[in-house]
Structures are given as structure tokens and as C-alpha cells.
Design a protein around this ligand. Structure first.
Ligand code: F6R
Length: 576
């Protein structure tokens, strides 16, 4: 999704902004632009990759020590140069980059039209630039305070004012924004986009505005100066490099044993972290939901109670049943997913105690929840999550308590073995002709099946269905015909009999079954199989998902897909 970078310092800001925009690329974007302060503000924008923006800058260089930049992932208005940020006020006084959604955009457009200004773009963001110039009487901080008080919705704003060409102004509401300090001062929606020399950051809180100079920042709340806590940054995305791998996804897959080991040994958690209360609900989106679902049997065993697992976007609109004394665990790799954050707020309103499991310590989710437990996956650049998923399963294993401690400790070694077994999937693209692929499993294997299908869909664009093995016969089996690929995941020896039946049902209809299993009996019943090491059946998704990730990767590679940046997808989905 959209990304913001800003820099003011004693050197040319343009390379800093371009490097920052490149570091933001992984979030998904369709256009990008920068604005540089000087005698007047200059903007350069381009649709498509950052490289086309760079070409424009090579053709007509711009230099200046203070600027802002943006990668846009279109919501309001198509990806065109006109809709690309930064947006300028009609008088040329202000340039604005914006992440989030201005919900009262229509009313505000009417207001600026009354003032004789006609918006040029289809975006909800442009209006902010015009409001700033209407609200300005010589002090940009005051103008920003007035303007943000008119905005409804979510926003992270970076602003330049032509009258103060060394300063950047910022405002935050329900969309992340960080200030970084090093050789100059930086603004970004994502710590991974900050330059390497940034050694301290301030995480802006909702309702805060800020003025950045080359020597630091001043933070305000409702127009009054407030303290601004500086902390050590936990991630540096600019440090993330391919290290010889062709794609971040492959690199991150191979980082899983280490990432799981870090998660279970170097604990980063709040003070009270643990399972408590009279009921438990797990919430997430996409892969985080799948990780939660795969651990339902584990947490039911650990708590001795039934455990609910909900998609964040569905939980929000479910009946508001009071839940005092109950606990809600919210999983999010990024800690910035809008649906999950809204679900955390809603859970608190219903009376749940809230616990975040996230990979980003300084994230909105950790601040929204009562308590947190951090996975230690390290920066994840590939849009399709891999180590994010497996470290979430490991973190849920930690939460499940001492009964599972030894099984949790085995996970890094087992993940290593699963990586080796997955090497057998190289050059497997040939299995798939674009028709639907099924992934089936029961219990923890069902969560892994959903995750396997999601991985294949998102990076290869092949239709895939993750299904509870017992459900196949209730309708979806009508899609099985000669050669239909079915991935059968079976890691629980107690389910071998049932799984053999499901496999036979598929094969009878001509389906081609690839087993992902630790059981020789299951493997023998399949057309081919990836052999997993034996793994605790309630934590098995951290291991069984690895060949599924590799399968998706190899298929996408064979089809020539843009593996790390699949079409239409964003790394961190910051709109509901
Ligand atoms: C799939 C994927 C997404 C995310 C989902 C939630 O590979 O990455 O499905 O899992 O958007 O993101 P987080 O975990 O950051 O809340």
C-alpha cells in the first residue's frame, strides 16, 4: 500500500528519497513521486516503477536538501500522473503526501470549490493541500492543526511549505508515521525505508503533528508542544538485500529456521503475556488468519476450552456480544493491517482483554492492544508472507505453555528438514495447466491447506482452493477431473485412515494427488509425496507449509510471475 518518505538534512535529499521509495516498493504501488523544496516547490511524478521516476530525474535533475516522496497504491482514482502524490495547493505554497483515506472528501471538495479552487485529481488527498493554503496565515504548524481538525478518516501526512524550504511537517491519525534521526531527519510510514544512519526513531501517536528540521523534530498535540520519546529502531529494511537469492520470497523461506529459533528464544513481549480469561478468540487476516486457524487444536488442548478463530473483517460486523473476562489474540505480521487494528479496538469495546502477536514492535497493533508478543522474523520484504506465518505458529506454540515447550523447541530443526525436502519441488511448474488446484487437510493441516492455496493464488495467479478434507465430498468434488492437482497434507497419525479415504476419493475421479506428509502409508497412496519429518500434529503447520510455499514459488517462477510483487497486492493493507 502507499508509502511515505521525507528527508531534511545537510545533503541532497533526492537520492535519500529515491532509495526510500525503492525500499517501500515491496508494499505494492502503481505510481510514485517526489517534491523538493527550494525557491519554489518542484514535483516529479511517474506512473509505474521507481526506475521511470529515476529516468525523469536523470533527464531533468532536481537538487535540494529537503523533500518528500510517495509510492501510491490506487484507491480513489486510477494510477495516473495526475493522481500521483505529492499534490500541490493551487497557489503552489504546499506539497502533500498522504497515506490513508479522507472519508469526508466530498464535503471538503465542496468547501474548497466555494473558495474558488477546482481540484485537479480524483484523489481524496489533494484536498489536504488546498485546505492547508486556505488555513495558512504564516505558521505552517498552525495551518496543519487547523486542516487536520477538518479531516475525518485515517491519514499520515508529509507536507512541504514553500515559505520554509528546510522543514517538513507531519500529521498522523490511524495510519503509521515515524520520525528518524541520524545524519539529518527523516519521515516515513515504514521503518524499513529510513536511511541506514538513522539510529533513533519517534513513533508519532494519533492526533500528533510534527515539525522536522535537519537537527531534529518538535511534536505537538492539539497545537501544544509535547515530549517526543526517541527509541532504537528494530528494523532496517535498507539493510535487507537479496544476498545472492533471486527473490526475497526464496530468501525469506530459507530464513525460517533461524526466524523461528529467534522467536522462541529471544522473547520480546509485554509484561503480562499469557493465555488468560474465560474464553479465547484468535483474529487475523489472510495468512495471519490461516496461522491462527492452524493452531486452534493446539490452543483448545492448552486451554481445555473451545477456541474461536475469526477473520478481522468479519469479527467487526459480528454481533456485539459482551466478552468481559475473555481474551482476544490478534495476529498481524506488519502490525498495521487496518482490519486487524479495527478488530482490536472493537474487541476492547466488547470487553475482551487484547494481546497482539506481531513482527513489528513499534507498530500500531502493539500500541492498540493491552499486551503484545513479538515474533522475531526480521524484515519481510516479499509481499507473500513466509517466515511471518511460521513464526506466528511458533509464537502461538509459546503461548500454549510448557506442555508444548519441547515440541516448540524442535520447530527450527524440523523447518530446516522441510526446506531440504522441498528442494524436490524444483521445476514443478509442469504439473499445473492453470486449472484449479486443491489443498486439503484436517485439523492443523486445514490451516496449512488454506495457506498453501493462498500462496499459490497470490503469486502464480492460478485458482486454488484450500479445503477441509472432509468437506470435499459436500460439493467441491464436482471440480475434480482427470489430472486435477490435489495437495493432500497429512501430519497427524491419528487421521491416517480418514486421509487415505479422502485421497482414494480424489484418485477415483482422476485427480493427481501430491502428498505432504510424514506417513509412509499416506505417501504410498499418493501419486507422489514430499516427506516431512515427524512433527507435533498441533504445531505442524510451521513445517508442512514450507513445501507449499516452495511449490507456489516454483510454479510462479515457471510462469514468469513477478514473485516478490504480485499484481494488485500490497504488503501491508492499511485500509479497511
Ligand atoms: C499473504 C499475505 C496476506 C497477509 C494479510 C495480513 O501472503 O501476506 O494475506 O497475511 O494481509 O497481513 P498482516 O499479517 O500484516 O496483518
Amino acid at each position: 500500500m502507499c508509502g511515505i518518505i521525507g528527508f531534511t538534512g545537510g545533503r541532497n535529499a533526492v537520492p535519500v528519497l529515491i532509495d526510500g521509495l525503492k525500499a517501500l516498493e515491496y508494499r505494492g504501488y502503481d505510481s510514485a513521486g517526489i517534491a523538493i523544496a527550494g525557491e519554489k516547490i518542484t514535483t516529479v511524478k511517474s506512473v509505474g516503477r521507481i526506475s521511470s521516476l529515476e529516468k525523469k530525474l536523470e533527464a531533468a535533475p532536481v537538487v535540494g536538501c529537503c523533500g518528500i516522496g510517495h509510492t501510491r497504491w490506487a484507491t480513489h482514482g486510477c494510477p495516473t500522473e495526475g493522481n500521483c502524490h505529492p499534490h500541490m495547493s493551487a497557489d503552489g505554497k504546499f506539497a502533500v503526501v498522504h497515506n490513508g483515506i479522507i472519508e469526508n472528501d466530498k464535503e471538503l471538495r465542496a468547501l474548497i470549490r466555494e473558495a474558488g479552487i477546482e481540484p485537479k485529481s480524483d484523489t481524496d488527498s489533494e484536498v489536504v493541500a488546498h485546505l492547508l493554503s486556505l488555513d495558512y496565515d504564516g505558521d505552517p504548524v498552525e495551518a496543519l492543526c487547523r486542516t487536520v481538525s477538518r479531516l475525518k478518516g485515517s491519514f499520515a501526512l508529509g507536507v512541504l511549505c514553500a515559505d520554509r524550504p528546510d522543514e517538513i511537517y507531519a500529521a498522523k491519525m490511524r495510519s503509521p508515521l515515524l520520525i528518524g534521526y541520524g545524519d539529518g531527519t527523516c519521515l516515513s510510514s515504514d521503518g524499513t525505508a529510513m536511511p541506514r544512519d538513522i539510529n533513533e526513531i519517534t513513533v508519532l501517536a494519533d492526533g500528533q503533528t510534527a515539525r522536522l528540521t535537519k537537527d531534529g523534530a518538535t511534536v505537538y498535540f492539539r497545537g501544544k508542544q509535547v515530549g517526543c520519546e526517541r527509541i532504537k529502531p528494530t528494523v532496517s529494511g535498507r539493510a535487507a538485500s537479496l544476498s545472492g537469492y533471486p527473490h526475497f520470497m526464496l530468501k525469506e523461506m530459507y530464513e525460517q529456521p533461524e526466524a523461528i529459533a529467534r522467536t522462541i528464544s529471544t522473547e520480546c513481549r509485554g509484561k503480562r503475556t499469557g493465555l488468560k480469561g474465560t474464553g479465547l478468540t484468535l483474529i487475523g487476516c489472510g495468512s495471519s488468519y490461516n496461522a491462527a486457524l492452524s493452531c486452534r487444536p493446539l490452543l483448545e488442548r492448552a486451554t481445555g476450552r473451545s477456541v474461536e478463530v475469526a477473520l478481522a473483517g468479519e469479527f467487526l460486523y459480528s454481533e456485539r456480544v459482551p466478552a468481559y473476562g475473555k481474551q482476544c489474540v490478534l495476529l498481524s505480521q506488519s502490525g498495521e493491517t487496518a482490519d486487524t487494528i479495527a478488530a482490536a479496538e472493537e474487541a476492547a469495546r466488547r470487553g475482551y482483554g487484547t494481546l497482539a502477536i506481531t513482527n513489528v514492535h513499534a507498530s500500531t497493533l502493539t500500541r492498540t492492544c493491552d499486551d503484545y508478543l513479538c515474533t522475531r522474523a526480521g524484515p519481510e520484504i516479499s509481499v507473500a508472507t513466509t517466515k511471518g506465518f511460521t513464526t506466528q505458529v511458533a509464537a502461538l506454540g509459546l503461548l500454549a505453555g510448557s506442555e508444548f515447550a519441547s515440541a516448540v523447541r524442535e520447530l527450527p530443526g524440523l523447518a530446516e528438514k522441510a526446506l531440504q525436502a522441498s528442494e524436490g519441488l524444483k521445476n514443478t511448474a509442469g504439473y499445473f495447466d492453470g486449472g484449479c488446484v486443491f489443498f486439503m487437510g484436517r485439523g492443523a493441516d486445514y490451516g496449512a491447506a488454506l495457506e498453501g492455496a493462498l500462496k499459490l493464488k497470490e503469486i502464480s495467479y492460478i485458482p486454488a482452493i484450500g479445503i477441509a478434507a472432509g468437506e470435499l465430498k459436500h460439493g467441491s468434488i464436482s471440480l475434480i477431473e482427470k489430472g486435477t492437482p490435489v495437495i493432500a497434507i497429512c501430519t497427524d497419525d491419528r487421521l491416517i485412515g480418514k486421509s487415505l479415504l479422502s485421497i482414494a476419493t480424489v484418485k477415483t475421479r482422476g485427480g493427481y494427488v501430491i502428498g505432504v506428509t510424514s506417513s509412509p502409508e499416506i505417501a504410498a497412496a499418493c501419486d507422489e509425496a514430499i516427506m516431512l519429518p515427524p512433527v507435533h500434529p498441533m504445531l505442524s503447520a510451521a513445517v508442512s507449509v514450507i513445501p507449499l510455499q516452495r511449490l507456489a514459488y516454483e510454479v510462479a517462477l515457471g510462469l514468469g510471475r513477478d514473485i516478490d510483487k504480485p499484481r494488485n497486492l500490497a504488503k501491508s493493507v492499511t485500509v479497511e
